[in-house]
Design a protein around this ligand. Structure first.
Ligand code: GDP
Length: 439
């Protein structure tokens, strides 16, 4: 999903993370990198300029909040400004409402109407659908088939050419529904008659929402389409479809900005279930490679609830075998290491693959081996010489190779965690990081 945008943003952030000092030149370079990535992804020039101006001004003028270093401060600003670019957070009410669907032909409007019917139905609401697309011959059959699959009534009159007539009849027919979805006609291009029709449909349906469906692969034209529809019926939410198929997606974001609304849903596939609610924070965290901080925190807290698990031990600069022992125990509760790592805010930091290659069984072996070590060895693993390896392996009923393998694993972890330390610029504290990025 938006691979090019994601990779570009991650690269820019990685470059920033690797800088020894964050000065004016570093900020300017970062802003240039961001501009290039966003423009390549079809985000409108004006938006890109606005965003880079805010980032630059804030990064250079604002004092970092207490306890936050310059690097974290800049990262946070980039994050916040990108979230802002996504538009407002759009609430979806789960009550009676009428939703008018707008968009050009091929945008995915009909498919999305079916997906929405399914979405509201799953929330326990009575849903009805009207097909007012009198332009595309197959539209009614397509929508009817989708609705039949999930047992949602679909009203349409395939032979009728007057959309207003159909909608009036449909409203009567479906008066017992709580959520009424109206699929309107889309043409190849924006024409005055199309706009006039949708204005009239908006008036007679007294629609609660007017959602615009935009294809994620659409480039700069997306903005113009959005502007016309918005002018006509005041769009209050955008649905971006085909997010599964595009590396760019910036055109659709420009459309969102044009309407001053936000993204309500994204379409991520062709089946009726492929619709996701959109959460700007989560989306940008993923794009920036900061992982899903919230999910990780929840899991860490669950694990902590049981005993003295210290999530920070993982990230402390001084990482001993004793820390690793504790870590191995806690990880059992937190889930597979790879998954945990993928949720950490690494900013695109590379993790050596062998850091993950530890199975639960091996962890148990490692713990047995560590039980044969002295406290001094656990605190200072570098003192473990050849003869000590021999003694430890005999004590644990293991081979010297196993002991050496454990020490190698330890070194990999230590190196990885040093990388973390560089990212955070000092002691890395999970809770602190969370608080900063949360608001
Ligand atoms: P309409 O003319 O706007 O009503 O467009 P349709 O709903 O007929 O969709 C056009 C094409 O896009 C169809 O082949 C759909 O299956 C496909 N489509 C719609 N939404 C998505 C999506 O989120 N992902 C993918 N991959 N295809 C989609």
């Amino acid at each position: 999903m938006l691979d090019r945008l994601g990779t570009g943003l991650k690269d820019a952030m990685k470059k920033l993370a690797g800088k020894t000092v964050i000065d004016r030149a570093a900020v300017e370079e970062l802003v240039k990198d961001l501009q290039r990535v966003l423009l390549q992804s079809d985000v409108n020039v004006k938006l890109v300029m606005g965003l880079s101006k805010s980032i630059k001004e804030r990064a250079l003028d604002e004092e970092p909040p207490k306890g936050m270093n310059v690097r974290e401060h800049v990262l946070r600003i980039v994050y916040q400004e990108l979230v802002k670019l996504m538009g407002k957070e759009c609430e979806v009410t789960l009550g009676p409402q009428t939703i008018l669907m707008a968009g050009l032909q091929g945008s995915g409007k009909t498919t999305t109407t079916g997906k929405l019917a399914r979405f509201f139905q799953k929330k326990g609401l009575r849903v009805g659908v009207i097909c007012a697309d009198v332009f595309r011959p197959g539209a009614y059959d397509q929508l009817k088939t989708l609705c039949n699959k999930v047992n949602v009534p679909c009203y349409g009159e395939p032979a009728e050419t007057d959309a207003v007539k159909i909608v009036k009849a449909g409203i009567k027919e479906l008066k017992n529904t709580e959520v009424l979805l109206i699929d309107t006609q889309g043409r190849h291009a924006l024409e005055d008659s199309l706009i006039d029709e949708i204005i009239e449909l908006n008036n007679i349906t007294k629609a609660t929402h007017r959602w615009l469906v935009i294809d994620a692969a659409l480039g700069q034209q997306a903005r113009e389409q959005a502007a016309r529809f918005h002018e006509a019926i005041s769009i209050d939410g955008v649905i971006i479809t085909k997010m599964d198929g595009t590396a760019k997606g910036g055109g659709a974001l420009s459309a969102v900005a044009e309407t001053g609304s936000g993204i309500v849903f994204i379409g991520s596939g062709e089946t009726i279930e492929d619709l996701e609610r959109f959460d700007p924070d989560r989306f940008i965290s993923r794009l920036l490679g900061m992982g899903d901080l919230r999910a990780l925190m929840e899991r860490a807290e669950e694990a902590m609830g049981e005993d003295d698990f210290d999530v920070n031990a993982m990230m402390k600069g001084k990482f001993t075998l004793r820390d690793m022992y504790k870590q191995l125990e806690s990880l059992k509760k937190m889930g597979p290491l790879k998954q945990v790592m993928s949720m950490l805010p690494l900013g695109g930091l590379e993790i050596p693959q062998d850091a993950f290659d530890v199975t639960g069984k091996k962890m148990e072996r490692y713990k047995v081996i560590m039980d044969s070590m002295t406290n001094a060895e656990l605190d200072n693993p570098s003192m473990i010489s050849g003869s000590r390896v021999q003694r430890i392996s005999t004590g644990a009923g293991a081979t010297p190779e196993e002991v050496r393998e454990l020490l190698k694993y330890y070194k990999t972890m230590q190196r990885t965690l040093k990388g973390f330390k560089g990212m955070g610029g000092g002691k890395f504290n999970m809770q602190r990081m969370m608080k900063k990025f949360g608001g």
